[in-house]
Design a protein around this ligand. Structure first.
Ligand SMILES: CC(C)(COP(=O)(O)OP(=O)(O)OC[C@H]1O[C@@H](n2cnc3c(N)ncnc32)[C@H](O)[C@@H]1OP(=O)(O)O)[C@@H](O)C(=O)NCCC(=O)NCCS
Length: 219
């Protein structure tokens, strides 16, 4: 089994290392970051190497890379990194929590699937997607590449999600709808119709009852 190198250091990289080592029982050999962020030689007890020269340190055909860095740009940077590192020859094995349930879903590569996610039967998942803990993709969904499905987000049957979409925490997608590329669905939204490219859908905001406190209700 190939060892992993994680791109990035920080909390997202820590989550990925936990899944790889504690849940998948595979080894993280090193971290890589862009040269200009190379401010430490060791992170979590592993060497940190420059991304630009990664292939000088580790033979690409012997290693998988996982991207432990989000960038908050609808995963455009993640797509570029996955493309460039694949071109150097590194593999992008999927990182899958041992508590995720993937009955019969088909998967590309470079996906990260966290704790207690459900990818239901007959779903087709592309490359480079991140499913945060407890995200649910129901039966016969088709997902493209480099989407972020946040914790507790849930898509009903036969949903299509294009590329570079962000589906926020606890958002719900009605069955049979399509999310166009770069759709941004805010946390807690209920989406009942197709979206267009770059569209943003948000729910009504909850309000603070500024004149009340908890003991006005719980006495
Ligand atoms: C939709 C979302 C991205 C908006 O981001 P935000 O930081 O809350 O946005 P802001 O509060 O700065 O608001 C920006 C603008 O959008 C509007 N807006 C944001 N949420 C809105 C809502 N629910 N209803 C109406 N308008 C809203 C604001 O009024 C503001 O308008 P303005 O620029 O004209 O003043 C955010 O609410 C969200 O859902 N984030 C995802 C959280 C999540 O799932 N995290 C998990 C990551 S794994």
């Amino acid at each position: 089994m190939r060892d992993f190198i994680i791109f990035g250091k920080g909390d997202f990289a820590d989550i990925i290392r936990y899944i790889i080592e504690e849940e998948m029982q595979r080894n993280v050999e090193a971290y890589m970051v862009n040269k200009k962020y190379l401010d430490m030689e060791v992170y979590c007890g592993r060497p940190v190497i420059p991304y630009e020269e990664a292939e000088r340190y580790y033979k690409p055909s012997d290693y998988a890379v996982s991207l432990g860095y989000e960038a908050h740009d609808m995963y455009q940077t993640r797509e570029r990194l996955q493309y460039e590192l694949s071109k150097k020859g590194f593999f992008f094995d999927n990182v899958i929590s041992n508590t995720a349930n993937l009955t019969n879903a088909s998967l590309g590569h470079g996906n990260i699937i966290m704790q207690n996610c459900v990818l239901a039967p007959f779903s087709k998942i592309g490359n480079g997607n991140v499913f945060w803990a407890t995200a649910q993709v129901q039966h016969h969904n088709i997902l493209g590449n480099f989407n972020c499905i946040a914790p507790g987000a849930s898509s009903s049957g036969y949903v299509k999600i294009g590329n570079h979409c962000f589906i926020g925490t606890n958002a719900t997608l009605k069955n049979n709808i399509s999310m166009a590329d770069y759709s941004l669905i805010g946390a807690g939204a209920y989406v009942s119709e197709n979206t267009s490219e770059y569209e943003v859908v948000v729910p009504v905001k909850s309000i603070k009852l500024r004149e009340k406190n908890c003991f006005d209700f719980m006495r």
